[in-house]
Ligand binder design. Structure first.
Ligand SMILES: *[C@@H]1O[C@H](CO)[C@@H](O)[C@H](O)[C@H]1NC(C)=O
Ligand SMILES: *[C@@H]1O[C@H](CO)[C@@H](O)[C@H](O)[C@H]1NC(C)=O
Ligand SMILES: *[C@@H]1O[C@H](CO)[C@@H](O)[C@H](O)[C@H]1NC(C)=O
Ligand SMILES: *[C@@H]1O[C@H](CO)[C@@H](O)[C@H](O)[C@H]1NC(C)=O
Ligand SMILES: *[C@@H]1O[C@H](CO)[C@@H](O)[C@H](O)[C@H]1NC(C)=O
Length: 482
C-alpha cells in the first residue's frame, strides 16, 4: 500500500486540460494555476457576459433532463443545478430520491455545462462532520476531472426561517469555514457560492426571541435597537468573509401579492429588487416603496454574483382573485413580465454587470407560504406558448450569455475504449454494488472516474478512498491510499 500525495490528485485533471482550455466555462476551473493567472474569480465569465442556468426537476416523476431542456431551448444551457443533503442520505432505488446527485444527467448532454451542486445540511449544522465534507470534496473534484466546472452552494437561504439550519449565524459561519478549508483540499477549483435569501421581505416574520442563542440575537440585531426588522442588515451576520467565498448569490422570486394564491403581473423593476433591495410601490394593494438591505454594492464587487435560484410563479389553481383584478393575466404574461424585467432586459443587465449568472428554478410545485396551498409553475421552458415567447426574446440577447460548448461524448463503459479523446467517468453507477446497497454511497469509496485504460491510468486502480484515509490524511497532509 502506498500513499499518493493529494497533490497528484490535483494533477490528474490537468491531463484533460487540453480539451477544456478553449472554453471559458472550464478554463478557470480546470486548474488552480489557471485560476491564479486570471484576474477573474473561479468560473467567472468575461465582463459583458453572464451565464444562464436551470435548476430542473429531474425526479423520476417529472422525467425532465438537461438533454431535454437543451433541445427545448435550442441552446446549450451553461449550468445545471442539483441538490443533495449533507450528510448524504440513503438513495432510494424505487423513488430515485436521495443519495448524491446524478451527474450523468449533465455529462450525457455532450457539453461542458457546469455542475451546480446545492448542499443542504437538513439534519442541522452540528450534524455535518469533517468526513462528510471531505467526501463532498472528492465527489465534486470528480466532476472537474470529467471536464465540468463546479459551483458549491452550501446551506442556502440561511437567513430565512424555513430550514433547520436557519438563524444560527455563528454556527453557520464556523461550519462554512471548515467546509471551505476541507473541500478546497481535494477540490481547489470548486467555486463556493454564499447565498442568502434576497432581503426583500426580511425578516420574514422572524423575531429575536425565536433565535436560540444570545450571541446570534446580538449578531442579527445589526442596528442594536432590540428588535429584528427591515432596518437590520439581512445578510451581514451570515457572511463568512471574502476569503471564504468565490461567488455571492441570492434566491429571488416573484410570488405575487399575499397570500400569493392568484396570478398577477409583477411591477416593472421588481427584478432589480434582487440587487438594490427595493420593493416597488403597488397602488392596488397599497404597497409602499420599501428599501431593504441592498445586495449589489456589498456583495458583487469583490466577487461576481448570481441569482442562485429565481423565478416567477404561475398559479395553476389560483383562488382569491381580488375585485380590482378585472382581467386575469395569462401564464405567458406572468412569466414574460419576469424575464423581460431581468433575464432579457439589457438595461437591467447593463446596470448590474457584476451579476454573472441567472439560474431559473425550472419546477412546478405546491407551495404554502401564503397559508393557501397553491400549485405553482416557475418554468419558462414547459408550456409551449411560454417557451416560444421566451426563446424568441432570448434570441435578442443571446450574445450576452455564455452558453455551454460541445464536447466529444465520453467513452462508454467504465472508462477508455471509446472515442479518440476519452473522458474520465463520473462516479456512478457502480456495477459491482448490488441494488440492496445503494451505489450512491454516503461516502464515495471508489474513484472510478480516474480509470481510463486509454489514458493509461489503469495501473493506478483501485482508487480506494476510505473515510479513515481521508480523516488521517486531513490530519497528516492528506493522502490517497492506493
Ligand atoms: C442517472 O442519469 C442517467 C442519464 O439520464 C440515467 O440513465 C440513470 O438511470 C440515472 N441514474 C439514477 C440512479 O437515477
Ligand atoms: C428593465 O430594467 C430596468 C431596470 O431595472 C427597469 O427600470 C425596466 O422597467 C425594465 N424593463 C422591463 C421591460 O421590465
Ligand atoms: C392546488 O393544487 C395542489 C396540488 O394538486 C393542491 O395541493 C392544493 O391544495 C390546490 N390548491 C387550491 C387552492 O386549490
Ligand atoms: C411539461 O411538464 C409536464 C409535467 O408537469 C410534462 O408532462 C410535459 O411533458 C412537459 N412538457 C414539455 C414540453 O416539456
Ligand atoms: C449543443 O450541444 C450539442 C451536443 O454537444 C451540439 O450537437 C449542438 O450543436 C450544440 N448546440 C448549440 C446551439 O450550440
Amino acid at each position: 500500500m502506498t500513499i499518493l500525495p493529494l497533490a497528484l490528485l490535483f494533477l490528474l485533471p490537468l491531463a484533460f486540460a487540453q480539451r477544456t482550455t478553449s472554453n471559458p466555462l472550464a478554463a478557470t476551473s480546470t486548474s488552480p494555476a489557471g485560476a491564479a493567472a486570471s484576474a477573474t474569480a473561479l468560473n467567472e465569465p468575461p465582463d459583458g457576459q453572464l451565464y444562464f442556468g436551470l435548476w430542473l426537476d429531474t425526479s423520476v416523476t417529472s422525467g425532465d433532463s438537461p438533454l431535454a431542456a437543451n433541445a427545448r431551448v435550442g441552446r446549450n444551457i451553461s449550468w445545471f443545478q442539483f441538490s443533495q443533503n449533507i450528510p448524504v442520505d440513503q438513495y432510494n432505488d424505487v423513488t430515485g430520491v436521495g443519495g448524491i446527485i446524478n451527474a450523468t444527467k449533465v455529462t450525457e448532454t455532450d457539453t461542458d455545462a457546469g455542475i451546480y451542486v446545492t448542499v443542504y445540511p437538513l439534519n442541522g449544522l452540528a450534524a455535518v462532520t469533517v468526513q462528510d465534507m471531505a467526501a463532498l470534496g472528492i465527489q465534486l473534484q470528480s466532476y472537474i476531472a470529467a471536464g465540468h466546472a463546479v459551483c458549491l452552494r452550501f446551506a442556502p437561504e440561511m437567513n430565512g426561517n424555513w430550514f433547520p439550519y436557519a438563524t444560527q449565524p455563528t454556527l453557520f459561519k464556523s461550519t462554512w469555514i471548515t467546509l471551505y478549508n476541507t473541500v478546497k483540499q481535494s477540490c481547489p477549483s470548486c467555486a463556493f457560492v454564499w447565498s442568502p435569501n434576497a432581503a426583500v421581505g426580511y425578516p420574514y416574520g422572524i423575531t429575536l426571541d425565536s433565535v436560540a442563542s444570545a450571541a446570534d440575537q446580538a449578531a442579527l440585531d445589526t442596528n442594536n435597537d432590540g428588535q429584528l426588522d427591515n432596518t437590520d442588515d439581512a445578510y451581514a451576520a451570515y457572511y463568512p468573509g471574502d476569503a471564504y467565498v468565490d461567488w455571492n448569490g441570492v434566491s429571488y422570486y416573484y410570488k405575487g401579492n399575499y397570500p400569493n394564491d392568484y396570478n398577477v403581473i409583477q411591477p416593472q423593476g421588481f427584478f432589480e429588487g434582487s440587487m438594490n433591495g427595493v420593493l416597488p410601490e403597488v397602488d392596488e394593494i397599497g404597497q409602499q416603496r420599501t428599501q431593504y438591505t441592498p445586495f449589489y454594492n456589498a456583495y458583487c464587487m469583490k466577487h461576481p454574483c448570481m441569482l442562485s435560484e429565481s423565478g416567477a410563479s404561475w398559479k395553476v389553481n389560483q383562488t382569491g382573485i381580488p375585485d380590482w383584478l378585472t382581467v386575469s393575466p395569462t401564464q405567458e404574461q406572468v412569466e414574460g413580465a419576469w424575464w423581460r424585467d431581468g433575464i432579457t432586459n439589457i438595461t437591467f443587465l447593463s446596470t448590474y454587470p457584476r451579476l454573472k449568472m441567472i439560474m431559473n428554478f425550472e419546477w412546478e410545485k405546491v407551495e404554502t407560504d401564503g397559508g393557501i396551498p397553491t400549485l405553482r409553475d416557475f418554468r419558462l421552458t414547459n408550456a409551449t406558448d411560454v417557451l416560444a415567447a421566451f426563446v424568441a426574446d432570448l434570441e435578442g440577447v443571446a450574445q450576452r450569455y455564455l452558453w455551454a460548448s460541445y464536447v466529444a461524448p465520453p467513452p462508454s463503459g467504465s472508462g477508455g475504449g471509446g472515442g479518440s479523446n476519452p473522458l474520465p467517468q463520473v462516479p456512478m453507477p457502480q456495477a459491482s454494488v448490488t441494488r440492496a446497497t445503494p451505489y450512491r454511497a454516503t461516502t464515495p469509496t471508489v474513484l472510478s472516474l480516474f480509470y481510463s485504460a486509454a489514458q493509461g491510468w489503469e495501473e493506478m486502480r483501485p482508487y480506494v478512498f476510505t473515510v479513515a484515509a481521508v480523516t488521517a490524511g486531513l490530519a497528516a497532509g492528506v493522502g490517497l491510499v492506493l
